[in-house]
Design a protein around this ligand. Structure first.
Ligand code: NAI
Ligand code: MG
Length: 491
């Protein structure tokens, strides 16, 4: 039968035109220059150096932040050590909980301002920072505040003691949320912290420092210092750090693991991923298409658990790919502050060139590359949603983490085949399974070597649920009760 417009997929037929709906950034309060937050005060760096953080959607400078050197790190660690032994470990657990609740409530009160700052500093759509990053950050503080005076119930039959001082290093993809993941369980368990945000997205962590002042936390319990890799390394290697928590690239994770070998420091590493999103023939196809979109285009693909490898069962491959392309053409790419925007700016120039060079490698190796016809702004860092077909298991585009809006599509016939293909990666962070059969979802997910597997959904997070990877995706778990364990001695 010849296809006419009536047999087309109606739900994707219309590209709606929306009037611009930009969130106003007028009411946000940012300083032009930020010092280091050490021992409860903003302190000028010993290095006397500052660097700029820019808005990746406009390439305009937003503010400068201090670059902490080894002497600054030492000051912060000393403040944290004193605060831990003299104050934070001495007050009652219920009192610690109250402080953490206070942080959670202030985060909620300032949610709108924090969402806008997250969006201008990192490039993610305001809808995401408003609906996901900031509410989830507050939820983590609420959740762990609740555990502070219930640690005896968290680990029945055992007693806990804090580890001491935690050095925490976080990336640029979920800046405030990663800060909450790391700080909240550490404080609940009686530890003190030094946190370093990523150099391209330091501003919400510095706003969090102001919130911590407002919550009246004892000085030194939380120290927030800025800088790049050298600052991070100085934290990791400081002798008075008792635990390192790192989220970022597998390369840096390996460096950290090497430098901690032979020390008695504890560590958790949450590293890269190359997740398989698996669509079976019996899946609800339209929902699966939404799930694929959410899996890889959410936050421009700047997600360690992004569903960057798609496996579609042969019988529905043509339908899925056709619907996927139609859906992609309806996505709005552009101003991250606009409430209609689906895909914002790539976080940095460096990340953009990494994405471009991996896509070039994919084309050179014979992959078939399809890109959305959307237009992108002339200033700023942007990348169009991109699909690859005709790729092999060994293709660069299938093996390497791209951390951008680029999806590699492969097909499969049987469950056994897709399990083998999905597990053929050095990573093991996450995965997705789409099927109408509950038993099949359980069977497949139990055979995937991945820390998190979503069934008929993707990229869903909750503070009560542990998160973390196998193989080169890392060591240890964050979130839930599992996330408290790295911060306590059990006896
Ligand atoms: P990165 O691993 O260099 O940066 C993450 C954090 O580690 C930042 O705060 C950075 O200042 C710090 N850091 C850098 N070198 C360090 C060192 N030697 N010691 C201690 N801390 C150090 O990640 P980058 O370069 O920003 O991104 C590169 C790639 O990493 C991305 O393209 C992506 O594939 C992956 N990545 C994975 C993330 C995840 O959530 N698992 C997050 C960010 C990036
Ligand atoms: Mg920035």
């Amino acid at each position: 039968m010849k296809k006419n417009s009536a047999t087309k997929d109606l739900q994707f037929d219309t590209k709606w035109k929306y009037a611009p709906a930009p969130e106003s950034a007028d009411h946000i309060q940012l300083k032009d220059r930020y010092d280091l937050f050490i021992n409860g005060k903003f302190t000028a760096p010993t290095s006397k150096k500052y660097f700029d953080t820019i808005n990746p959607a406009t390439e305009k400078r937003i503010a400068s932040v201090a670059e902490a050197n080894a002497a600054d790190v030492d000051k912060a660690v000393t403040a944290a050590k004193n605060a831990q032994s003299k104050v934070w470990s001495k007050i009652s657990a219920a009192e610690r909980g109250k402080y953490i609740y206070r942080i959670a409530r202030i985060l909620q009160e300032k949610a709108r301002e924090l969402s806008i700052i997250e969006t201008i500093d990192g490039g993610k759509p305001i809808r995401e920072s408003r609906d996901i990053d900031i509410p989830l950050a507050a939820a983590h503080f609420f959740y762990y505040a609740g555990w502070a005076d219930k640690l005896d119930y968290a680990f029945p039959g055992m007693k806990t003691s804090p580890i001491g001082v935690a050095g925490q290093i976080i990336p640029w993809n979920f800046p405030l949320l990663m800060a909450a993941w790391k700080i909240a369980p550490a404080l609940a368990a009686g530890n003190t912290v030094i946190l370093k945000p990523a150099e391209t997205t330091p501003l919400t962590a510095l706003k969090l420092a102001e919130i911590i002042q407002e919550a009246d936390l004892p000085p030194g319990v939380v120290n927030i210092i800025t800088g790049a890799g050298a600052t991070g390394a100085a934290i990791v290697n400081h002798p008075n750090i008792n635990k390192v928590a790192f989220t970022g690239s597998t390369d840096v994770g390996k460096i950290i693991q090497k430098s901690l070998a032979g020390t008695d420091k504890r560590y958790t590493l949450e590293l890269g991923g190359k997740a398989a999103n698996i669509i079976f023939e019996d899946a609800a196809i339209n929902q699966a298409v939404e799930g694929i979109i959410n899996g890889i285009f959410f936050n421009q693909g700047h997600v360690c658990c992004a569903g960057s490898r798609l496996f579609v069962q042969e019988g529905v491959a043509n339908e899925v790919i056709r619907k996927l392309k139609q859906r992609i053409e309806t996505l709005i790419v552009g101003d991250p502050l606009d409430k209609n925007t689906d895909i914002g700016a790539i976080n940095s120039k460096v990340q953009l060139s990494k994405i471009k060079s991996l896509v070039q490698a994919g084309i050179k190796e014979g992959g078939e590359c399809w890109q959305s016809e959307c237009t992108v702004p002339s200033k700023g860092y942007w990348y169009k949603p991109t699909l690859f077909t005709n790729v092999a298991q060994s293709s660069t585009i299938v093996q390497e983490e791209i951390f951008g809006p680029v999806l590699a599509i492969q097909t499969f016939r049987t469950a056994e085949e897709v399990i083998e293909k999905a597990n053929n990666t050095p990573y093991g962070l996450s995965g997705g399974v789409w099927t109408d059969k509950g038993a099949k979802a359980f069977k497949i997910s139990s055979k995937l070597n991945a820390g998190v597997v979503w069934a008929n959904t993707y990229n869903k997070f909750d503070p009560t649920s542990p998160f973390g990877g196998f193989k080169e995706s890392g060591v240890g778990r964050e979130g839930g009760l599992h996330g408290l364990m790295p911060y306590v001695n059990l006896f």
